[in-house]
Design a protein around this ligand. Structure first.
Ligand code: NAP
Ligand code: F7E
Length: 350
């Protein structure tokens, strides 16, 4: 009898929100999971520490490797040694506001990083499936609803870098016959969301205000409309895209539209607070060019992948508030494991 080996995946951005949920999903499906992590002077693995086991222990299926999307030769040596069946490129400088402060770096990691990875796959001669983390930010100023046919009009260095990555992914599919797909994901959030994105900034503030540790919350544009979904459901869509017979591109979204103001209301209300008493305006949170409204039509993902989101924005706000209240409480009780929500830190400034 021939023994079949477990499928092997490489995830760039494994230490991020999506990377951590995707690693959990793939491990639960029996995959051997390899993650690219950046060397930092402090630990940056809080979101995946609960998955990690000592590689000396028999049966370990999660392996971490140092590397960076700015280092093409490292990507090639890593791909050559791991030989993954599936590559999920989730790594990026992913903050839109920060991309105006660091446009060149954002272009290098979020844009050029993708071609380095695709070219490394080609140079190594690897037969693998490739997922590119594309973004609704590519639609930018084009009005909703947005689907796979909607023209791109990016409004930030981040959005422009993602458009570049989208097109090189299609180019490698069409030019070299690679199984390369773009998942065009709309905003998706969770208790593991980075602390400076608007949803998490709000839900952390609610927890702190409720605990008497904060009295004001400074915000930018409250009129922006977003289609916020739940991250664990979105990584399931990523995986399904790579299991489909044909490589193609998909929008992943809930199809609902809420403003930042709505998210404030859902979150504060859930904790029994009136948001208008605490929220102040600070222009530092405005962007030189704003994306006014993103609302996705994920009909293609439903038809071809059977993917349907179940968690909508009001429920998402509530579960994130609950998690932040619990995390704040746990931070005062060091014997509680806070790994799923990350370490506690002062309010974000971006
Ligand atoms: P995230 O939490 O910001 O995670 C980004 C990941 O990329 C982290 O693991 C980070 O490592 C890593 N990274 C950044 N620069 C890198 C570099 N130069 N080399 C190697 N790794 C690098 O992002 P996310 O929310 O999980 O999103 C995952 C991907 O989907 C990103 O590409 C993002 O742009 C895209 N996306 C996200 C959304 C959303 O709503 N979340 C929507 C559409 C698309 P460190 O931990 O060391 O910083
Ligand atoms: O902003 C407004 C802000 O930073 C959402 C990334 O994952 O999704 C994300 O990009 C909205 C914007 O996410 C504050 O102006 C108001 O209109 O949470 P955000 P984003 O820019 O939509 C896309 C799909 C990605 O691909 C990205 O990687 O909220 N807003 N006041 C604020 N935003 C922040 N961060 N902070 C504020 O104080």
């Amino acid at each position: 009898m021939t023994e079949t080996r477990a499928k092997r995946a490489l995830i760039t951005g494994i230490t991020g929100q999506d990377g951590s949920y995707l690693a959990e999903l793939l491990l639960s499906k029996g995959y051997e999971v390899h993650g690219l992590i950046r060397r930092a002077s402090t630990f940056n693995t809080a979101r995946i520490d609960h998955l990690y086991t000592d590689p000396h222990v028999a049966g370990t299926r999660l392996f971490l490797h140092y590397g960076d999307l700015s280092d093409g030769s490292r990507l090639a040596t890593l791909l050559d040694s791991v030989k993954p069946d599936e590559v999920y490129n989730l790594a990026a400088q992913s903050h839109v506001r920060v991309s105006f402060d660091e446009p060149e770096y954002t272009g290098n990691s979020t844009g050029l990083g993708s071609i380095r990875l695709l070219e490394a796959i080609r140079m190594v001669g690897l037969d693998c499936r490739y997922y590119q983390a594309s973004s609704s930010e590519m639609f930018g100023a084009t009005p909703p609803p947005q689907n796979e046919e909607t023209p791109f009009y990016p409004r930030s260095p981040y959005g422009a870098a993602k458009v570049y990555s989208y097109w090189v992914t299609r180019n490698y599919r069409e030019g070299y016959g690679m199984f390369a797909v773009n998942g065009i994901l709309f905003n998706h959030e969770s208790p593991r969301r980075g602390e400076t994105f608007v949803t998490r900034k709000i839900t952390r503030a609610v927890a702190r205000i409720k605990a008497g540790q904060q009295s004001e919350l400074f915000m930018g544009n409250l009129d922006a409309v977003r289609d916020w979904g739940y991250a664990p459901e979105y990584v399931e869509a990523m995986w399904r895209m790579l299991q489909h017979d044909e490589p193609t591109d998909y929008v992943v979204a809930t199809g609902t539209d809420y403003t930042v103001r709505d998210f404030l209301q859902f979150s504060f209300e859930h904790a029994g607070l009136d948001w208008e008493k605490y929220v102040r305006f600070d222009e530092r949170y405005l962007r030189p060019t704003e994306v006014d409204a993103l609302v996705g039509d994920a009909g293609k993902a439903e038809r071809l992948l059977g993917w349907v989101p179940t968690v909508k924005t009001p429920e998402l706000a509530r579960l994130m508030v609950d998690a932040d209240i619990e995390a704040l409480d746990a931070a005062g009780r060091p014997w509680i494991d806070t790994v799923t929500v990350g370490p506690w830190a002062p309010a974000p400034q971006i």
